[in-house]
Write a protein of this length. Structure first.
Lengths: 197, 169
């Protein structure tokens, strides 16, 4: 719960209170800023996992924030802001992916970046590289379920609300996506995965 | 032979007693299975440890800049504007109903209207005489200072702190 709160003047302000401020036009700019700062990393990560391109992901995430803010008067307080908002991020990323066929080359660039790293850091970076490579081979649906599941921001029920499917179906989809990811890595690394992971 | 699906069940702690027994036996006897299981386990923790990506430093500013025209477009009037218009309409309607012109048959209505006018004029005189008093001048001075301080805060202080990222966020 603490992750969803912000400290201001010794008071914690949750998402709903910030939305109230925006709708009532009280310290509106500061409330917008607080909401963006709080959720930008997750929104960007979600878009990045779908698009595999930082520039496009940033555009999609910004677009999602603007769409969400414009639609705030229609936001029903029945669900968490994030559940509603991540759905918007997902739609923005998917429509961006539809619009432009994005070349995939950023991962190789990131991998070859030089710098002094310990053995553990190198291994973690290699793992991240191959996981992202493997994610690229999966469908956007699989990527979405894996991202929502492992970032641990949402419960199964909230993932179901975000993606618009039944909770039981979510469990099945996550299970299948994880299996496909592991198999994609196995195929990609051809036996080497046991040394890397 | 334990399948990948079954390995995921074991990792999720959703495996049956029978599967867990098989898993334990294979871990001890089958080196290939042991490596495969370790791979799934390590992949699981690597996925949990994948960091959140961060957008560019200008991300928030870009959104707020893009948002400004949209806000101005969607809200041309302040929130209380419809209420003020409603109240003015009510006053206009009431005045029209009780005005001497509309009260042709009712003798009492013009008198009511005249009474309201006389009382209004009396109140206005009291107000003007109160304004010329010493305490009224102090009060006006205080109000003006408060208004100036408010304007200073909104136009200078708040933008200054906002620029340096010192906001409620």
């Amino acid at each position: 719960m603490i992750a969803h709160l912000v400290k201001a003047d010794n008071k914690y302000i949750d998402d709903f209170a910030l939305i109230e401020r925006i709708l009532q036009n009280r310290e509106r700019d500061a409330a917008y800023r607080a909401l963006v700062d709080r959720h930008k990393d997750f929104a960007f990560t979600l878009a990045f996992r779908v698009l595999n391109n930082r520039e496009e992901a940033e555009e999609a995430a910004q677009d999602a924030f603007i769409r969400a803010f414009k639609a705030l008067p229609t936001f029903q307080n029945q669900s968490k802001f994030t559940t509603w908002f991540y759905r918007i991020v997902l739609n923005a990323a998917l429509s961006q992916k539809e619009k432009k066929k994005i070349p995939v080359d950023e991962l190789d660039e990131a991998r070859t970046m030089t710098g002094e790293l310990s053995a553990d850091q190198t291994k973690a970076r290699e793992q991240k590289y191959f996981i992202q490579k493997a994610l690229q081979q999966l469908s956007p649906d699989d990527v979405l379920f894996i991202t929502l599941f492992y970032l641990k921001e949402l419960s199964m029920e909230e993932i179901a609300q975000t993606t618009g499917v039944e909770t039981n179906t979510v469990k099945v989809k996550i299970h299948r996506a994880r299996k496909r990811l592991a198999e994609a890595l196995q195929n990609m690394l051809k036996g080497e995965e046991k040394n890397l992971f | 032979m334990i399948t990948n699906d079954e390995i995921l069940e074991i990792i999720d702690a959703a495996a049956s007693r029978e599967l867990i027994d098989r898993h334990r036996r294979q871990l001890q006897t089958d080196a290939d299975y042991r490596r495969r299981f370790q791979f799934f386990e390590s992949l699981e923790s690597a996925l949990y440890e994948l960091p959140l990506e961060s957008p560019s430093l200008r991300f928030t500013e870009n959104i707020l800049e893009k948002l400004k025209p949209a806000i101005q477009k969607t809200r041309p009037f302040p929130r209380w504007f419809p209420f003020i218009v409603g109240a003015l309409c009510c006053v206009a309607l009431t005045t029209a109903l009780f005005s001497p012109a509309s009260a042709v048959s009712a003798d009492a209505t013009p008198r009511v209207f005249q009474y309201v006018l006389t009382q209004g004029a009396r109140l206005w005189q009291i107000y003007l005489s109160a304004l010329s008093g010493r305490w009224s001048i102090y009060l006006l001075g205080l109000t003006a200072s408060a208004a100036l301080l408010l304007a200073f805060d909104q136009k200078l202080l708040q933008p200054y702190f906002r620029q340096r990222g010192l906001s409620i966020g």
